[in-house]
Ligand binder design. Structure first.
Ligand code: AMP
Length: 199
């Protein structure tokens, strides 16, 4: 199963991706996680990306396209993958199609978690509180200022990605405001129709 999960920050992509990983046995490919790992390891990419990420802006397309290109060649992606946080620009979506075609692959589905913007800041605050309560480290970009920039980046650069896939009749919209289990059930229903096994 080759899947893209779209939606603004706080839509629940990560939560739903983790459930899909468990159910379908394919890896979650989160460019945000990959970039945070690069920042932590102080690699050249990490050093370049840190300030941009902390501010809530998008890192350059070629950086994330390179990360995904390399990752898709790992043996664990042979059976499929769940892309979480990529593509985030129309240029990334086009690059993804070319990369996949080159590797003899195609997407089975693109799902968009649709949420009310007003709920997103509250969700971010809740995530911060829960992380702190669990003794974890809060993301550097989970603060009101960076979150505002992340939402603006979403509106300006990522919302057109939904329209891009919709125009190709590849997009399924899911109500991301529903309780978590209902969102999972709606995703499962959407995938029944979409996941033709193209291995
Ligand atoms: P995320 O964990 O998906 O919320 O991503 C955290 C941050 O990493 C974003 O705010 C961007 O700075 C960067 N990032 C993650 N994925 C991408 C992407 N596909 N394109 C550009 N920047 C990205």
């Amino acid at each position: 199963m080759r899947l893209v999960l779209l939606g603004p920050p706080g839509a629940g992509k990560g939560t739903q991706a983790a459930r899909l990983v468990e159910r379908h046995g394919v890896p979650q490919l989160s460019t945000g996680d990959m970039l945070r790992a690069a920042v932590a390891a102080k690699t050249p990419i990490g050093l370049k990306a840190k300030q941009i990420m902390d501010a809530g802006a998008l890192v350059p397309d070629e950086v994330v396209i390179g990360l995904i290109d390399e990752r898709l060649d790992s043996p664990d992606c042979a059976k499929g993958f769940i892309l979480d946080g990529f593509p985030r620009t129309v240029a990334q979506a086009e690059a993804l199609r070319e990369l996949l075609a080159h590797k003899g692959m195609a997407l089975d589905a693109v799902l968009e978690l649709v949420v009310d913007e007003g709920a997103l800041v509250d969700r971010m605050r809740k995530r911060v509180d829960e992380t702190l309560a669990a003794g974890g480290a809060v993301r550097a970009d989970d603060n009101p200022e960076s979150f505002k920039t992340r939402l603006e980046a979403y509106r300006a650069q990522t919302a057109p990605v939904s329209a891009h896939y919709d125009g190709r009749s590849q997009l399924t919209r899911i109500d991301g405001m529903a309780p978590i289990d209902e969102v999972t059930a709606a995703i499962d229903r959407a995938l029944v129709g979409a996941t033709v096994d193209r291995r």
